[in-house]
Each structure stands twice: as structure tokens, then as C-alpha cells.
Design a binder for this molecule. Structure first.
Ligand code: NAP
Length: 514
């Protein structure tokens, strides 16, 4: 796209066209992490940026996922920005549409909306060494140049359809939960439902009483804790809104407990494995209390340690299997025909609708980031990780990729709430950008030695994690990548990562002026 054309589309002031770059910063992705980065940039006076979003609105996960039963399964008190508490959550676990409304509120209140460019699916981003700029191209052919590039494409972005023989021959309706078709009426349909992850267990109970029949295909059982619905009454909401510090205190309590239990269990499993055993007992009792058929009870009990795979909360999923019209199928799927799912034991179950709650591509080549990223000397980040395993300094930056920052990078998450990661990664970003400004530099790159040391530190700690110390062999968990590493979780306490993001030394970086 020419500058004149860009000027027409985006109504640039003429002086911008004369600059070396279109924007100081390009952010890719308008999900929660892209919005979090944007708000921090604005608040720190670094507001010369654009956000390229492939969809038609902001929200990422909360824009794409609209399946029935969608609910936040981390308490909303912590699943929100620390600086924008919402006293009006309808319950401790807010429903999806409320979360989306919260995102929209933040985008408007913090002035992010004018920075958005929708329908801009990024194809590739390349570092131009001659000019010291990033050139980002969209699939529709638009080009954006920037000094800095921030990747915020998340990790639950690309829906994964199951690879099953014959699936393309199925003549009925096929839906992935990440792209729910609300115009399709499930009433009276015979449904094959594949997947029992955090999504499946929310959606199945919501549709079970509508459909004629539902066969739930479980490949790997999930640990599910009982969930106590906790609606916030108008009194609670008024208290949160009016009593100074009350909601902040409640948030801290929630973070303390979720992080202490979940993160210690995962990260310091060698010492806290006993907590997992206690939680397993609660889950098994939960199954036995809620499911009548003893064989179904047994089939629902996972065979790996609590925490190897993302657990969830619900008290609605198990009772579905007491219904006449529902069954749990654990015999592996052999193939799909025009109108049925056939399992390895030869059983043919006819269906009208196939629903896939089969998750997303996580730390697969081409999923993080979701576009081709080329740094210095033509180095593709996927090739670098393929050869050297997933790594990034503090989950943010990679040698040979100057002026490039990740919101969700390898080993960046170490709090139960995604917002903890948004805070640490956006803080890392603005500290670097401000440090560059202070040094009159326009080039910032992580030193190889700093990244190597950081990677070594992470690796030395993994032996304490559940992924190495626990029994995860049968978990089939997306926490593991193809190298056998677990780059989704940083083996550190959230509080430590929070401190590090505030105090890491800028000597880890090379600054230059080009
Ligand atoms: P997921 O955890 O990856 O689960 C996918 C499910 O599909 C698994 O049970 C998987 O079985 C099954 N599956 C995949 N391919 C299959 C095949 N070919 N045949 C049979 N089964 C197959 O995906 P998800 O449930 O969408 O959850 C993804 C993440 O979204 C969660 O971990 C969570 O982080 C997030 N989430 C968050 C919330 C929230 O409120 N915060 C709510 C929902 C989801 P295997 O286990 O054997 O692979």
C-alpha cells in the first residue's frame, strides 16, 4: 500500500507521512494482552502506536469464544486489570458476555479504540536492518513500518480441529467451540461432542437438555474441582463500589490463594505435591457424589497428577452423565462417516452435529506468534526455537530480534490469572522503551549472554515443577511442547516475576542509535 493510500485510509496528519516510520510501535493483536500493552503505552506517554487486529472487534478470546456456558473460570476479582476494578461483576466467575463488556469498557475508557485497525490479519513481520525498522504486512496487502513491534497474539488463538479419518466426509453441521454458530439451532439434534477440556466441560451442560442426544468423546479425563456459584448481590456490588480498598483487598486475597495453591503446586511440585493429592481426593469424591453409574465414575477419574494438565472448576458437568440422553464415550474414535462417529470397538453412533471442543494450537510452529517473524540475518523465530527450544529473556525478548517484544512469550506466565502476565510483560516493554529514550537510542536488543543465562535459570528450576517431578505421562497436556519442555509456565512465583519485571538490569540489553 502506498503512503498516499495509507493516508487516505487512516487519515494521517501530513507530518506523519514524512516520518521514517508509520508508527513508533505496532502492536499485533487486540486481545487482552494487546489492550494491556496499549493502555500501559498510553499511560507512560508512548502513545504513538497502532494495533493490528485480524477480527472485527477487540477482545481476542472473549471476542472469538461465545459458546453456550462460557464463563471465566478464574475469579473475576483477579481476572481483570489491577487499575480498573469492576465492582459490578454479577458473580465471582463472570459470564463471557460480561467479560467482553468489561474489555470494551477498558478500550473506550483508556483511549485505545482510536489506535485499532480491524480486519488486519498479519502475514509477516520483518526487521529491516538497513533502516532499523520493522515492516509488518497484512494478508490483505497493507504494510506498516514501525520502530518497535509488540506481539500480542495470545496462545489460544488458532482453533485446532481434530485430525480424524473421514471427518471431511461428514455431511452434518461441524462447529468448533471457538467459532460458535449461533444461527444453528441444536434443538432435537443428535450431537457428537469431542473434547473434555476447560471449554467442553462448560459447554456440554448448557446444551445437554436442548439436544435429542449427546455423546461426549473423552480422550483424556480432566481434573475438575467443585465450583460454588457465587453471585454478587447488589449489596456486595455497592460495597465494592463504595468501601475504599475493599475490592482491592478481595482481589489480593484471591490472588494469594489461587497463586499459592495453583502456582506452588505446578512450579514447586517437588515440595507441594501433597497439595495436589488432597485436591485429587476432593475431585474423586466430587465424581462419586455426582455420577450414579460406577463405570462412568471410574472413566472420569484422570490417571495423571493434578496440575499436569489445565484443571478447571464445575459442578454442572458430571451430572450430565446421569441423563437418559447423554453418554460418555472413552473408546477411541476410529473414523467419522457421512452421518456417524465410529469408535475402535466398531460401535457406530449416528449424529446430526459434530461439536469440537478440541482446543487450540499451543507452542506449535506457526502458533506463537501466529505470523512469520523474521529478525536479523533473515532468521525466522520459529526456526530459532525449533533448533534451540523455546526461550526468551523474561518471556519477552529474543537475541537477533531487536526492538521486538512479546506479551505472551515462552515462560512468561506464572500467575493463575492471565492479567498477572499482562502486567509483567507490559512493564518490561515500557521500561525498555523508556530506557532507550533516556539513552537517545532507537535500537534495543537483548544480549545473547543474558538470554542464555535466563534460559539456564529457567531450565535449572524445571526439575522442581510438576512437569518433571510429577506423573504426567498420560496427561496429553498442551503445557508440553514437542521438545518435551513446558514453556507455557515460568517456574517462578508470580510475585518474583512481578519484582523482576520492575528491577531487571538494563545492562542485559544492547542500546544503540542507528
Ligand atoms: P484443551 O484444554 O486443549 O482441550 C481440548 C480437548 O479436546 C481435550 O479433552 C483433548 O483431549 C480433546 N481432543 C483434541 N483433539 C482430539 C481428538 N482428535 N480426539 C479426541 N479428543 C480430542 O482446549 P479447551 O478446552 O478449549 O481449553 C483451552 C484453554 O482455554 C484452557 O486450558 C484454558 O486455559 C482456557 N479456557 C479458559 C476458560 C476461562 O474461563 N478462563 C474457559 C475455557 C477455556 P486430550 O486431552 O487427550 O488432548
Amino acid at each position: 500500500m502506498t503512503e498516499a493510500a495509507l493516508s487516505h485510509v487512516f487519515d494521517y496528519p501530513p507530518q506523519r507521512i514524512k516520518r521514517e516510520v508509520d508508527f513508533e510501535t505496532v502492536i499485533i493483536g487486540a486481545g487482552l494482552s494487546g489492550i494491556g500493552a496499549a493502555i500501559r503505552l498510553i499511560r507512560e506517554g508512548l502513545g504513538d502506536f497502532v494495533i493490528l487486529e485480524k477480527g472485527i472487534d477487540a477482545g481476542g478470546t472473549w471476542q472469538d469464544n461465545t459458546y453456550p456456558g462460557l464463563t471465566v473460570d478464574i475469579p473475576s476479582l483477579s481476572y481483570s486489570f489491577s487499575f480498573e476494578q469492576n465492582p459490578f461483576w454479577s458473580s465471582l466467575y463472570a459470564p463471557g458476555p460480561e467479560m467482553k463488556a468489561y474489555v470494551d469498557h477498558c478500550v473506550t475508557k483508556y483511549g485505545v479504540r482510536p489506535h485499532m485497525r480491524y480486519n488486519m490479519e498479519v502475514a509477516d513481520a520483518t526487521y529491516d536492518e538497513q533502516r532499523n525498522v520493522w515492516v509488518t504486512r497484512t494478508k490483505s496487502g497493507a504494510t506498516f513500518t514501525s520502530r518497535y513491534l509488540v506481539s500480542a497474539t495470545g496462545f489460544l488463538t488458532i482453533p485446532k480441529l481434530p485430525v480424524i479419518e473421514g471427518i471431511e466426509k461428514f455431511k452434518g453441521k461441524v462447529m468448533h467451540t471457538g467459532r460458535w454458530d449461533h444461527s444453528y439451532d441444536l434443538t432435537g439434534k443428535r450431537v457428537g461432542f469431542i473434547g473434555t477440556g476447560a471449554t467442553g466441560i462448560q459447554a456440554v451442560p448448557e446444551i445437554a437438555d436442548k439436544v435429542k442426544s449427546i455423546d461426549v468423546y473423552q480422550r483424556t479425563a480432566i481434573w475438575l474441582l467443585p465450583k460454588k456459584e457465587m453471585p454478587f448481590s447488589p449489596r456486595w456490588q455497592a460495597a465494592f463500589a463504595k468501601v475504599p480498598g475493599l475490592q482491592r483487598l478481595a482481589r489480593l486475597v484471591v490472588i494469594f490463594f489461587t497463586d499459592i495453591i495453583m502456582i506452588n503446586l505446578l512450579v514447586f511440585n517437588k515440595y507441594f505435591g501433597f497439595v495436589g493429592k488432597k485436591l485429587e481426593r476432593i475431585c474423586v469424591n466430587h465424581i462419586r457424589n455426582q455420577v450414579k453409574d460406577p463405570a462412568t465414575q471410574e472413566a472420569l477419574i484422570p490417571t495423571y497428577d493434578f496440575g499436569c494438565k489445565r484443571p478447571s472448576f464445575t459442578s454442572k458437568f458430571y451430572p450430565v452423565f446421569n441423563r437418559e440422553n447423554a453418554s460418555l464415550v472413552t473408546n477411541p474414535i476410529d473414523r467419522i462417516t457421512e452421518n456417524a462417529i465410529v469408535t475402535k470397538d466398531g460401535t457406530v453412533r449416528e449424529i446430526d452435529t459434530l461439536i469440537c471442543a478440541t482446543g487450540f494450537e499451543v507452542f506449535q510452529k506457526g502458533s506463537v506468534p501466529t505470523y512469520k517473524l523474521v529478525g536479523k540475518n533473515g532468521l525466522d523465530i520459529s526456526d530459532f526455537w525449533e533448533e534451540n527450544r523455546y526461550q526468551a529473556f523474561e518471556g519477552s525478548t529474543v537475541p537477533n530480534f531487536p526492538n521486538f517484544f512479546m506479551m505472551f512469550g515462552p515462560y512468561s506466565v506464572c500467575t493463575a490469572s492471565w492479567f498477572g502476565m499482562i502486567d509483567t510483560q507490559s512493564k518490561h516493554l515500557v521500561r525498555c522503551l523508556k530506557a532507550a529514550k533516556k539513552r537517545h537510542a532507537n535500537y534495543i536488543e537483548i544480549k545473547k549472554s543474558a538470554n542464555d543465562a535466563n534460559f539456564q535459570k529457567v531450565q535449572s528450576r524445571t526439575k522442581l515443577t510438576i512437569f518433571k517431578a510429577g506423573n504426567c505421562a498420560t496427561s496429553n497436556s498442551y503445557y508440553f511442547d514437542r521438545h518435551g519442555d513446558s514453556p507455557t509456565i515460568r517456574p517462578t512465583l508470580g510475585f518474583v516475576h512481578w519484582l523482576t519485571s520492575r528491577f531487571f538490569s538494563m545492562n542485559n540489553y544492547i542500546f544503540d542509535s542507528k
